[in-house]
Ligand binder design. Structure first.
Ligand SMILES: Cc1cc2nc3c(=O)[nH]c(=O)nc-3n(C[C@H](O)[C@H](O)[C@H](O)COP(=O)(O)OP(=O)(O)OC[C@H]3O[C@@H](n4cnc5c(N)ncnc54)[C@H](O)[C@@H]3O)c2cc1C
Length: 438
């Protein structure tokens, strides 16, 4: 069957480790979605996932970015119904004018609401605000064989679609609960820390901060584990009527042949950055720059990994295991000396279901240069993750083996069974879903 409005496109995961050329459709009307296309397919938002979750071999990629309208606003209830292709940036630009905001903002403004649902993302203090599902009232899900249906919060398919990696169908609309925006600025107090345990203790003392995360140096050559905790809260009142949003936020497509991040550049860069970040006791910035602090520097950070790209793994450790896990992790790093750049920490809260990355505990992110030694080291991390029954964040780690996800996510089998029930022919698939045997 000839599928209308398609072309061939080469898609590459954000970590640059997987590229595939396949059929690409950018529907701009609901009718185009409803034309009974039952070929293998996968929805796509902005394609900003580190992993190949929104494309796959011989799979029709259905990009939702033209579905980007705000459809309904209930001023009393502070709720908004949006199309799933709307970006965080566009939603924030509008909600700012109503002095409202969505507190869960993952790190890049061009991420879509559909992508936020399908990965059940988190923001700058997941302990205070939980994950994305806690801010959604209902979603509209379209399946070419089953049509459209509204899924209310906490229903089985609603839970499976959050973190469901686009495998339950195409999310077309989302009703979101917004909150009052207290100010157009956030004041952050950066604090120097010497260890990850120190950051975890600071998190415990400041659970209700608007912003709460830390980064630590990953190089064992110098200043290993030294880092900065960012604690932020809203300032008083509004200084301006306009949200300061950079005109261009799109990720650069520049490529350098080899990685700039190496044995000596990593500790040097982290040490300079630590001193710059903590040179003032308090830093007040507009909300856009606080929600998306790395919009521009991030681009260079990733570009500097070179054409082979990078690897990231993010692990959620249960509350009771935090100290032991950090001890074992740092011992492993000292022993294996991986090409590790940064370790990021965030406190977490939430009730875990299906493939959702949430529970009460601490999330630890590790960033590496992509190299054979990194792959070897990550296989050791996999063993550690399994021994602690920790959760690996599927949307961040494109080499995650199937058996780790199977062992660490208690409802892995239930998720697969549910997919078979709603979609016996399993028409939704991606490179990632095949790798994880989902
Ligand atoms: C710089 C950077 C910082 C980040 N920071 C964070 C962070 O702080 N916290 C965090 O949790 N994540 C973070 N992420 C990851 C990001 O939030 C997720 O990967 C998100 O899913 C990307 O959204 P997207 O619109 O680009 O979706 P895509 O990458 O296009 O797709 C991601 C998944 O969502 C599915 N999908 C997309 N749209 C739909 C739809 N309409 N219906 C059904 N399924 C759909 C796709 O099939 C795919 O499985 C970050 C990513 C980047 C690049």
């Amino acid at each position: 069957m000839k599928i209308p409005y398609t072309k061939n496109t080469t898609f590459t995961s954000f970590d640059k480790t997987v590229s595939i050329t396949t059929l690409h459709q950018k529907p701009d009307r609901t009718r185009m979605l409803e034309e009974s296309i039952t070929t293998f397919q996968i929805p796509r938002g902005s394609g900003l996932s580190y992993v190949p979750a929104s494309f796959g071999q011989d799979t029709l990629v259905r990009e939702l970015s033209p579905f980007n309208r705000i459809l309904e606003f209930d001023v009393k209830q502070k709720t908004v119904v949006v199309e799933s292709g709307i970006t965080l940036k566009k939603l924030l630009e509008w909600s700012f004018t109503e002095k409202l905001y969505l507190p869960v903002q993952p790190g890049y403004p061009d991420i879509t609401i559909g992508g936020c649902v399908a990965a059940n993302v988190h923001g700058k203090n997941p302990h205070k605000y939980g994950s994305f599902k806690e801010h959604v009232i209902w979603i509209e899900l379209f399946h070419p064989k089953n049509g459209s249906r509204i899924l209310e919060s906490k229903s089985e398919l609603f839970e499976a679609t959050f973190g469901g990696l686009g495998l339950t169908g195409i999310i077309t609309k989302v009703k979101i609960q917004l909150r009052d925006l207290p100010s157009d600025r956030i004041t952050v107090e950066p604090r120097k820390v010497d260890s990850m345990i120190e950051s975890a203790e600071i998190f415990e003392r400041n659970p209700n901060s608007e912003i709460l995360y830390a980064w630590h140096n990953g190089s064992i050559l110098k200043n290993f584990e030294k880092g900065v905790v960012q604690i932020g809260s809203f300032s008083e009142g509004f200084l301006g009527n306009n949200l300061i949003v950079p005109k261009k936020t799109t990720i650069k497509k520049i490529q350098i042949p080899i990685s700039f991040w190496g044995k000596f550049t990593i500790p040097l860069f982290n040490s300079i950055n630590r001193n710059i970040e903590t040179s003032q006791n308090k830093i007040e910035k507009d909300i856009f720059n606080n929600f998306f602090p790395f919009t521009f520097s991030t681009q260079w950070y990733f570009v500097l990994y070179g054409k082979k790209g990078f690897r990231e793994c993010q692990i959620l450790v249960s509350k009771n295991n935090i100290r032991d896990f950090i001890h074992d992790l740092t011992s492993l790093i000292r022993k294996e000396k991986p090409d590790l750049h940064l370790m990021g920490l965030k406190p977490f809260r939430g009730e875990q279901k299906f493939l959702q990355y949430c529970r009460d505990g601490l999330s630890i992110t590790l960033n590496f240069k992509n190299s054979p030694s990194t792959s070897h080291f990550l296989s050791k991390i996999d063993e550690l993750v399994m021994s602690y029954k920790a959760l690996p964040y599927i949307i961040k780690d494109s080499r995650l083996p199937k058996n780790i996800v199977e062992k660490c996510y208690p409802q892995y089998e239930e998720f697969k069974n549910l997919l078979k029930k709603i979609d016996p022919d399993r028409i939704f698939k991606s490179y990632l879903s095949e790798q994880l045997n989902l």
